[in-house]
Design a binder for this molecule. Structure first.
Ligand code: ME8
Length: 505
């Protein structure tokens, strides 16, 4: 393995700080966290980046509406995103803000690289701009009545002299790249959508704004009268965070290209078409994968302030705990597709999959071990779970999180059935101590394996399970946590508090 092969670099979008975070943002960050934790589990070094997108018209207006300067405004809201990530137990290793000097310096270097390639030119332009998308639209892409298809609002007419990026020049190169890399965009249907856009041909885009009209942005190198277009600025965060623009680019060389950029479908186009063209222009390698998921609705409806159904993840966590929330997001809906969040469905999963299936299994197993084996791990028995792990690894590495959870729950149910079949309490009464020991070892070691497999989804639950089983997740002597038989005979077991206590309401 070369150094690069044991590195895994994953990113979320950098979120706009015009409003508070909701479960949609949480969904992306947790999805990326599941993958980040899985990659660590299989032994890779992970760089996991999130952050905030702080420039542009939308943010400038939000600050104005609050009557504060933009920097004060973004400082405050950015902090709430940082806090949210901690509350979600998302194991990010870096958090970038586009108002930071390290980003500004790198974004400007990126601009200069594209300019040096001859890909930036100036021209007068008039177009329809949706401030919420921070994007120009051409009429054919608008919904009926000339509305933005995402925000259902009329775009504004902008007319100014801007710098343009020769996106059109890269149409063929990106097409070729797509052909050579059929799994570049996940899931495949999202790559097909992008291919259709490519078939129509890409058009050059405006990548700056007149600073007299919008000053809240990164100055264009060599022309203070213009600031960078917020998407040109924002996309470069993926390289500026790892030291693009530093005098010493060792860190950049170690981490680039990224393994996965994760996001929802409305910004796929920026990541799968514009970003690759920008990278080609700057002479940099392309990311390995663009991972696109659907939209989360709430009780079947789009989240919106006017409907009043915007769900704050903190409220969900307070009620059900962070791990139940994390589990639900990936157990309930296939990752990639659109999905619906509802308290009712979460409660059902909490009671059945988590409380009854998993929580009770641990409780019963530890209680029986106390009664029949002095609260210690009994004699080891052999077991073969290679097939389970092979399938688990395959599903996880392909972002098939729901399938991974399904096979984990087959394992959980299998152990519950083992208890019912073997009836250790009867075997104990009948003096069949070897049978009791064999069953209990299978249960305890099985639970240890399950604790490892659920770790990317439910890190705190995994920790509680392993503590009850007397197993140290971080013990360096276990370099492959997926092997059978790591619980050693005679090891102490500790009664665990319920993993998923009964809900009070
Ligand atoms: O687009 N369902 O930021 P943003 C699922 N700053 N995911 C959702 C969601 C929902 N209902 N709502 C939001 C931006 N998301 C730019 C990105 S990157 C260089 C710049 C998630 O704050 C999802 O990941 O509008 C979506 O793509 C992202 O938040 C949009 O965040």
């Amino acid at each position: 393995m070369s150094t690069r092969d044991d590195h895994y670099y994953i990113t979320t979008p950098i979120y706009y700080v015009n409003a508070a975070a909701h479960i949609g943002h949480a969904y992306t960050s947790i999805a990326a966290d599941v993958m980040a934790r899985f990659q660590r589990l299989v032994g890779l070094q992970v760089n996991f980046l999130t952050g905030t997108d702080e420039h542009g018209q939308k943010i400038a207006r939000a600050a104005e509406a609050k009557n504060v300067g933009p920097q004060t405004f973004v400082d405050e809201v950015s902090q709430t995103f940082r806090d949210l990530h901690a509350g979600l137990n998302v194991s990010v290793t870096d958090f970038i803000r586009t108002s930071e000097p390290r980003h500004i310096k790198g974004a400007q270097k990126f601009w200069e690289a594209a300019a040096a390639r001859g890909d930036i030119y100036k021209k007068s332009y008039e177009g329809l701009y949706c401030v919420n998308c921070e994007q120009f639209y051409i009429e054919k892409d608008l919904d009926e009545g000339g509305l933005c298809p995402i925000h259902r609002k009329a775009p504004e007419l902008l007319s100014e002299e801007n710098y343009f990026f020769r996106l059109s020049k890269y149409t063929d190169a990106i097409k070729k790249y797509f052909d050579a890399h059929p799994n570049f965009v996940f899931p495949h249907n999202r790559q097909k959508e992008m291919q259709q856009i490519l078939d129509d041909g890409l058009e050059d885009i405006s990548i700056s704004r007149d600073a007299k009209k919008l000053s809240w942005g990164i100055p264009v190198p060599g022309d203070d009268a213009q600031v960078m277009y917020v998407w040109f600025d924002a996309l470069t965060n993926y390289v500026t965070a790892i030291g693009y623009g530093d005098a010493d680019e060792k860190m950049f060389d170690a981490w680039w290209p990224a393994n996965a950029h994760v996001m929802a479908k409305e910004i796929n186009r920026f990541h799968s078409l514009l970003w690759p063209a920008m990278l080609m222009s700057a002479g940099l390698a392309l990311p390995k994968q663009i991972v696109v998921h659907g939209w989360l609705t709430v009780d079947g409806q789009k989240m919106s302030k006017s409907i009043g159904n915007v769900v704050n993840p903190i409220d969900v966590i307070e009620k059900y705990g962070i791990d139940a929330f994390r589990f639900f997001l990936f157990r309930e809906m296939p990752f990639g597709a659109d999905g619906d969040f509802s308290n009712l469905k979460l409660e059902q999963r909490y009671r059945s999959d988590l409380g009854n299936d998993l929580g009770n299994l641990l409780m019963r197993t530890i209680a029986m071990s106390e009664k029949f084996c002095d609260g210690r791990v009994p004699l080891e028995t052999t077991g073969d779970h290679q097939e389970f792990w092979d399938r688990y690894r395959e599903h996880m590495s392909r972002w098939e999180f729901q399938r991974a959870l399904e096979i984990i729950w087959d394992y959980v149910r299998g152990l519950n059935q083992l208890i019912d079949r073997e009836k250790p309490w009867t075997a104990h009464k009948e003096g069949r101590s070897e049978d009791v020991a064999r069953t209990l070892y299978t249960l305890l070691e099985g639970l240890r394996q399950i604790a490892i497999a659920v770790q990317p989804f439910m890190p705190a639950t995994s920790e509680k399970m392993l503590e009850a089983l007397g197993f140290d997740f971080f013990d360096p002597k276990f370099d492959n946590l997926m092997e059978w038989g790591l619980l050693k005979s005679g090891g102490p077991l500790t009664p665990a508090p319920p993993l998923f206590p009964q809900l009070t309401v």
